[in-house]
Design a protein around this ligand. Structure first.
Ligand code: F6R
Length: 243
C-alpha cells in the first residue's frame, strides 16, 4: 500500500488528478470507477483544468460510479447523477453512452442491480477505482456488517451515514434511507484503488482501516487485502500515520 500525505489540499488534488490523467494518457480506453461525496471534488476540478488545457481526452474512457440513492429524482441537486454532471461530466468529453451509474429510480431495483453487475462483468476490470471512506469505515455504501456482499445491491443506510450526509440536504428527513451500491467484490477487483481521505474527523477511521484488523465491520479494512492501493491523505487525515 502506498500511503501519501500532503501538506495542502491543492497538492493532494494535483497528485490525484495526475494519477487519473496519466492513466488516460497511456490508456485512452481506461475504465474508471468514480466516487461522489466531498473527498474527490478537488481532484475532479483539477482533471477539468487539465482537460481544458487540451492535455487529455476522455472520449474513449468508460466510467462506473460506485453508488446512487434510491428514490431521489435524477435532477435533484444531491442525486449522484446530478453530482457527477456538475463536478465532472459537464466539463469533459466522456460520451454519455460510456457513463454508468446505478439507477436508484428503476422500477425493479433488483433487476437494476443485476443489470449493473452485467455491465461490470462486460467491462471485465476497472483500471482505477476512486474511493472515499465513511466515518464508520464504509466504502461505496457498503456499510459495516457481519457479512458483506460482492455484487451490486440495495443497502439500508446506517443512521450515522444519513447524519453525515444530512449536511447536503435541508434536513436529515430528506436524506434517502436506501441506496444502490457496487459490492466489495467489484471494488476489490479493480486493478488499482485510489483512496482519498481528508480532514481530522477521518484520521482515526482511516488509520484503523489500513492498519487494524481486517473485518467486515470496517469494510475499508478489506483494502488491506488488495495489492495495489494508493492512499491520498491531507495532513489532518494522515495525522496518525505520521506518529
Ligand atoms: C460516495 C461514496 C461514499 C463516500 C464516503 C465519504 O460515492 O461511495 O463511500 O466516499 O461517504 O464521503 P465524503 O467524501 O463526503 O466524506
Amino acid at each position: 500500500m502506498n500511503i501519501l500525505t500532503f501538506r495542502t489540499n491543492e497538492e493532494l488534488n494535483e497528485a490525484g488528478a495526475n494519477i487519473i490523467t496519466s492513466l488516460v494518457q497511456t490508456n485512452p480506453k481506461a475504465i474508471i470507477g468514480l466516487a461522489t461525496g466531498s473527498s474527490p471534488i478537488g481532484i475532479y476540478e483539477d482533471i477539468v483544468k487539465t482537460f481544458r488545457k487540451g492535455a487529455v481526452s476522455f472520449r474513449q474512457v468508460s466510467t462506473f460510479n460506485l453508488d446512487e440513492y434510491v428514490g431521489l429524482p435524477i435532477d435533484h441537486p444531491e442525486s449522484y447523477h446530478n453530482f457527477m454532471q456538475r463536478h465532472l461530466f459537464d466539463h469533459i468529453d466522456v460520451p454519455a453512452s460510456q457513463i454508468n451509474i446505478p439507477d436508484g429510480n428503476a422500477g425493479s431495483l433488483t433487476e437494476e442491480c443485476a443489470r449493473y453487475n452485467r455491465k461490470l462483468d462486460d467491462a471485465k476490470q476497472i483500471d482505477l477505482q476512486i474511493l472515499g471512506i465513511g466515518h464508520n469505515g464504509h466504502i461505496g455504501f457498503n456499510e459495516p456488517s457481519h457479512a458483506l456482499l460482492s455484487g451490486t445491491h440495495i443497502v439500508e443506510l446506517k443512521a450515522e451515514t444519513r447524519e453525515a450526509n444530512a449536511r447536503f440536504f435541508d434536513s436529515i428527513d430528506d436524506v434517502p434511507t436506501h441506496a444502490l451500491t457496487m459490492g466489495v467484490g467489484a471494488i476489490l477487483k479493480a486493478k488499482t484503488i485510489l483512496l482519498v481521505v481528508r480532514g481530522e474527523s477521518k484520521a482515526e477511521i482511516v488509520h484503523r482501516a489500513l492498519t487494524g484488523p481486517i473485518s467486515t465491520e470496517c469494510p475499508a479494512s478489506l483494502l488491506q487485502t488488495h495489492s495495489n492501493v494508493v492512499v491520498l491523505l491531507d495532513a489532518e487525515a494522515g495525522r496518525l500515520f505520521a506518529e
